[in-house]
Design a protein around this ligand. Sequence first.
Ligand code: SF4
Ligand code: SF4
Length: 127
Amino acid sequence: MMLQLKFDPKTVKKPIISLATLEASALLNIIRASVGPREGELVVEVEEGKAEKVVEVLKSYGVEVHSIKKAVERDEEKCVHCGACISICPVEAIGFDDEKRVVVNTTKCIHCGSCVNVCPMKALALP
Ligand code: SF4
Ligand code: SF4
């Protein structure tokens, strides 16, 4: 299961991922991390069956937790099918169909955000 974590770095100073791993006895895979002076945001993948406990632990340390169910979204109107997003995807979730049109395999997407940053048309977004 994929979780989005948001926190204020000024108030949440503890190693939240390590604490969640230890206290929930769960493996967490960090997919995306962005920590600035005012806001921290992480996307983590949690092993099956451990999400509830992980959420409980993170919330106890002041972290806002949201589950992510949707994959990256492509705007058909903006996309010019240049393929720039295909090679950057670490899990091969984007490819060409038989008509050389770009398609996203939503079940493979791990929400890393890499494709969003390279798209010259701003046609990709993470919900
Ligand atoms: S990089 Fe953007 S414009 Fe190019 S194929 Fe991907 S979504 Fe379409
Ligand atoms: S967000 Fe990451 S995993 Fe998902 S399609 Fe884009 S590059 Fe691939």
